[in-house]
Design a binder for this molecule. Sequence first.
Ligand code: ZN
Length: 136
Amino acid sequence: MHKSADVVEILKAKGIRVSLQKLEIAKHILGIKRHFSAEEIFKEVNADFPRVSRATVFNVLNLFAEHGLLNTLRARSDVLLYDSNIDEHDHVVDAKSGAIYDVMLPEKERESFLKAIWAKNPHIPRNVAASVVVHV
Ligand SMILES: [Zn+2]
């Protein structure tokens, strides 16, 4: 978890007006590389600050995403996940555990890697935008 002072600087640098609720949410996600759903953050934030509504969590996460502090991805069924690793990367999803791993695939190897994965898993979409989600 981040210190409040660091988080305030991160938000200010993006021109986001700082509020207590935004700070509480940001401390759980910014500067830490993790993948999470809004529901997970809602539960975590309210474990020690029980005044942040689901709607606020959704709005703040979307605001952070709009300002480039988070990316979004769909890796588990229909649940929208947020990704606080904003460097360009791909994802590998463990089909058994649901764990999501960040991977960096060089452009050349990426293509052959994906072809092999698609050959085995034809249901995986070919045109996932920013990051490729691969199930293993
Ligand atoms: Zn990621």
